[in-house]
Design a protein around this ligand. Sequence first.
Ligand SMILES: C[S@@+](CC[C@H](N)C(=O)[O-])C[C@H]1O[C@@H](n2cnc3c(N)ncnc32)[C@H](O)[C@@H]1O
Length: 432
Amino acid sequence: MHKETGYVVDVPYPPHFHKEIQPVWLASLVHFLGAAAPDINKPYAYCELGCGTGINLLIAAATNPQGQFVGVDFNEAHLAIAKDAARLIGLKNIRFIHADFAQFSQENNLFFDFVVSHGVWSWIAPNQQKSILQIAARSLKPRGLLYLHYMCHPGATQMIPVQKLLNDLAQHLPGTSEQNIRAGLDFVSQLDAAGVFVDQPNFGARLEALKQKNASYLAHDFLNDHWRPQHSVDLHRLVAQAGVVYLGSASTFENLDGLSIPGAVQPVLSTLTSPALREMVKDLARNQHQRQDLFQRAPARLSAQEHLERVGSFRFQLLPGAPRSGSVVFATPIGNIQGPGEIFSPLLERLAERPATFDELRQLPVFSENLGMLSQSLQMLMWRGYVHPQRQDGLSNRAQVSRLKEWIEKRELKVKVVEDCGTAVHHPLEQA
Ligand SMILES: C[S@@+](CC[C@H](N)C(=O)[O-])C[C@H]1O[C@@H](n2cnc3c(N)ncnc32)[C@H](O)[C@@H]1O
C-alpha cells in the first residue's frame, strides 16, 4: 500500500480498454448531445489521469495522429510497462509523467482539450480528488472536456461495508494484495453461508461474480483505504466549482432517457426542472452503480442546423463481430430491449456493404420521416459495440498501428484495433 495515498501499489492493474474515453468517441458524443466538441481534425492535447499500464493511451496515440497524449500515474511499475510499449511501437505523440495528482496539479503547465480519468476517482483520498479538479480548472482549454468515471449510489451502496471489511482484514494479513483479496472474499463467502447477508437476496450472486475476476483487478477495486461511492448530485456540485459544466453521460445509452429509464418513470422525470435532481432520479431508476460523466469548459450549444450538419457528416462503420442484418437484442440494466428487424436490419445491411454517413443512412426508407429514430438506433449500436463513427482527419500511422497490433497479440490482450475509428473493440466481443 502506498503510505501517503492509501492506494494499492504492490500488484499491477491489468489492462482494460474503455471505448468511452477515446477522442473520436468523446467528440462524436458531444456533437450528438448538441454541443460543439474540440476539433480533433486539427492538433489537440489529451491527458489521462491514472493511466495504469497505458493500454488506452497507446491505442489512442497510434490511431489518432493529430493528438498529443499524456499519461499521469504515480505507480512507476505501471509506467515502465507503458513507456516500454510506446518505445517498441515507435510512438512519438505520447509521454508518461510519474507523479501523483497533487504533484501534477502543482507542476503541470500544459493545456488540454481532453482530461479523462477512468477507475480512479472513487478509489483515492479526498485531497487527490481535489487535485484532479484543480487540474481540470487550470488546464482545460475552452470547449475542453472532462470525463470522470466513478462509483455511485444507489447501486454501489451495498458494497460499502464489504469493502471496509476487505480493506481492514487485509491490514491484518501478511500476504500480497492479490493473496489478501482472495482470502478476504473467501471470508465474505463464509459469512454469506452463515446467513449474514440473508436480508440481501442478490448478494450471493454478486459475490460469486466478483470471485471470478482477476485477483489484481479485485485488489485495486477493494483494498484501497479511500473507496467511496458518491451521489451524482454531490459530484456535479464539486465539479461545477472547477468551472466545467455537466453535458451528459459518455455512455450513449444513458443519454437516451426514452430507453434507459422505465416507461412509467418518464412522466415523473419530465416534471423535474433541476438537472441534478433528474440525474438522481435516473440513478435510482437504473440502480446505477457507476457513472461515466462528461463535463465541458465553456460549452457552446449548436444551433439545430449546425447540429444536423455535424452529425450528418459522421461516417459510421460496422465493427468486427457485429451482426450484418436482423433484429438486435440489447441487454440493459432495466431488462432486454428488442431492436426490431424492420429498423435494424436495413441499417446493418447498409453498413455491412461499406461505411456510410448519417446523411446517407437517412435516405433509407425506414428513417426518411424519423431522424430521431436513426440517431437513437446508431447510438444504441455504438453502445453495444457494433458501430462506431470514423475519424475524419484522413491521416494514418500505419507502421505504428501494425506494431501496436503485434504488441497486443504478444501480450494476448483481448482487444482488436480499429484504426479508421481511432479505437479498439473487445475481442471476442462481450456477449449481451
Ligand atoms: C484502477 S487503475 C485504472 C487504470 C486505467 N485508467 C483504466 O481504467 O484501466 C487506477 C490507476 O490510478 C493510479 N493512481 C491512483 N491514485 C493515484 C494518484 N493519487 N496519483 C496518480 N495516480 C494514481 C494507480 O496507480 C492506477 O494505475
